[in-house]
Design a protein around this ligand. Structure first.
Ligand SMILES: NC(=O)c1ccc[n+]([C@@H]2O[C@H](COP(=O)([O-])OP(=O)(O)OC[C@H]3O[C@@H](n4cnc5c(N)ncnc54)[C@H](OP(=O)(O)O)[C@@H]3O)[C@@H](O)[C@H]2O)c1
Length: 312
């Protein structure tokens, strides 16, 4: 079977650039949207040029120009969108509705993967304010996709290693604590962690796979299901140094909402659902769900010991 041609929208972003790399590595003809609005953002342009050097095609378009999106979409079979969705960076999930409109008009798309890659928004109906905005907006996009009957796959269900592993899941840092680690509750809630390059590899694997059509693919690789305490112990073993553990009750953690800004409040809510409620692991995947490492056992996914060693 011929491999699908893929357009990545949001390709210069944190997860987007890994998806472009994975698409090229898997041999797909790969297009990357070059937004007119990037203007003088030299880093973005350099990333785009490096994609071109690696064999990608750049396609100029703008979210403010519907026809340009339609024309871009018509070049390919599959669209993967990695639109921003982290509040302390930027958050434009609903911009994707314009892409859904373009895909609808183009009429040729065999699979659309919207920007998901986090908690399954379908399961977050009771999420706390204000962080629930992330899930509500992703559900709005899903609704538009499903109403338009666009073939789709939702890839979700894990914590990115860069945000949650290297820092032993600390809320306010991206690097490992040196002396004292804050532990959520007793630290025994199971969490799904994953290397971002593996997320990208699994994402690309789904696009031509009939088993993932109109399904949710969860990134829940068995050896990367760890509690925060287990993650911390792995780090202690690597460094040969014990950290002082400081347990935070859920009440004390939620009290942080009162002292942080809006982006921080969103983060507190998300951490709460992951580390106190176990929202990444406390459910069965069900009929409409598939697990990525089961579908693609050939992928040698990175274990979290290896991920942590980068931080020594
Ligand atoms: N599970 C986790 O731990 C986790 C962690 C982080 C993020 N996520 C999820 O991953 C997804 C992607 O997040 P990210 O952090 O990779 O995003 P990001 O790097 O902040 O942004 C991705 C891209 O969004 C595009 N974008 C931003 N503002 C735009 C605008 N006004 N108009 C059009 N395009 C715009 C840009 O595309 P260009 O390349 O065109 O400039 C940007 O590169 C989100 O759904 C997020 O919720 C999950």
């Amino acid at each position: 079977m011929a491999q699908s041609k893929i357009l990545v929208v949001g390709g210069t972003g944190y997860i987007g650039k890994r998806i472009v790399k994975a698409s090229l590595a898997e041999g797909h003809t790969t297009y990357v949207l070059q937004r007119r609005e990037i203007g003088l953002e030299i880093d973005k342009l350099q990333i785009l040029l490096s994609f071109k050097e690696q064999g990608a095609h750049l396609v100029e378009a703008s979210f403010a120009d519907h026809q340009s999106l339609v024309d871009a979409v018509k070049l390919v079979d599959v669209v993967i969108c990695t639109m921003s969705g982290v509040h302390f960076r930027s958050h434009n999930i609903l911009m994707q509705l314009k892409l859904v409109e373009a895909i609808k008009e183009a009429g040729n798309i065999k699979r659309f993967l919207p920007s998901e890659f986090g908690m399954d928004p379908m399961l977050m109906g009771n999420a706390l304010e204000p962080g629930r905005v992330s899930f509500d907006e992703k559900m709005t996009v899903r609704k538009a996709i499903e109403e338009t009957q666009i073939p789709h796959t939702y890839v979700c269900g894990c914590c990115f290693g860069g945000y949650f592993v290297g820092n032993l899941s600390q809320f306010d840092s991206l690097i490992p604590p040196r002396e004292k680690v804050n532990i959520y509750g007793n630290g025994n809630v199971k969490v799904s962690y994953m290397d971002e390059d593996d997320i990208a590899t699994y994402t690309i694997k789904t696009v031509d796979d009939p088993r993932t059509l109109n399904k949710t693919v969860y990134l829940r690789a068995p050896e990367n299901i760890l509690t925060q305490m287990q993650l911390t112990e792995k780090w202690e073993k690597i460094t040969g140094k014990k950290l002082e553990k400081c347990s935070i009750s859920k009440e004390d953690f939620l009290a942080l909402m009162k002292v942080v800004d809006f982006a921080g409040q969103v983060g507190v809510g998300h951490f709460y659902h992951i580390f106190y409620e176990g929202c990444l692991t406390n459910f069965e995947m069900g009929e409409n769900g598939e697990e990525a490492s089961e579908l693609y056992p050939e992928v040698q996914y990175t274990r979290m010991e290896a991920y942590l060693k980068r931080y020594i």
